[in-house]
Design a protein around this ligand. Sequence first.
Ligand SMILES: [Zn+2]
Length: 321
Amino acid sequence: MTLPPTQDLGHGITLIDSGMHRPGLAACYMMVSGEEAAFIETGTTHSVPGMLKALAAAGLTTEQVRYVIPTHVHLDHAGGVGLLMRECPNAELAIHPRGAAHMIDPAKLYAGATAVYGEATMQRVYGEIPPVDKDRVVVREDGSSLSFGDGRNLMFLDTPGHARHHFCVYDETSNGFFTGDTFGLSYREFDTDNGPFIMATTTPVQFDPEAWMNSLDRMLGYEPAVMYLTHYGKVEDVPALAARLKKDIQYHVSVARECHANDARHACIRERLMAHYLELLSLHGCRLPQEQIRKLLEMDIELNTQGLEVWLDRQQPTITG
Ligand SMILES: [Zn+2]
């Protein structure tokens, strides 16, 4: 399956592939209203040229970019912020209250990500992460909103669960949420006649299943027609997908608990998650060769395993015995 570098999703929304790791892994979104544009999600530093190309193709200049809006400060979402802000001189950075400091001084963020991914991967995948001038940062509290262009309104919802520095962005015009990682992962390679496949992402270090369920319920309260996932693209049939995602989050919790006492805890979790998805994908009607499915899921399952282990260690007093 080949995915194009950009897709027009209607309502002035363009998906731009971040180019990170492989096509179809991580999306950025450009939203155009009147004479202005906003970027939601920024991929990595290496994603910025593709975003500027899409901007030019829409007939807009970098001066017309009003907002840069990463859903949270994980580097597949916010890694390109510094460079994009440098390229777009009039843009303001709209960010979760817990994320702002990391964008103004990204050193800690970079070090944290290096601990997870290793130095070589950091250099190759993410490159440099320039800081953002604090005068250009606008913190968006839960329930606050902003508008740009012809009065296009975006509302911010605090959505912990995947990360505590995560908000989702509600777009009235399309009745859709830009969900970052809060609506899980849904790769287009796994689409079948049964529709999209959805899975949880429990990446280190702030996975919180109870908070996540609440965040999903709050989003569903808006009765959104569509969700724009960073990983990857637009999905519909929101209530059914939400129910499956909730089940998958619970499954991750039960696997973590069952593997906790295992001497090879990491391998136990990782192998059970892989077996779980191979089975679910087969039931979903996915006809890809098993080897290819394993390759597509490898990285997410490794990160999910690491995140569950961090969560287990945080929970330890209540779950041992
Ligand atoms: Zn992500």
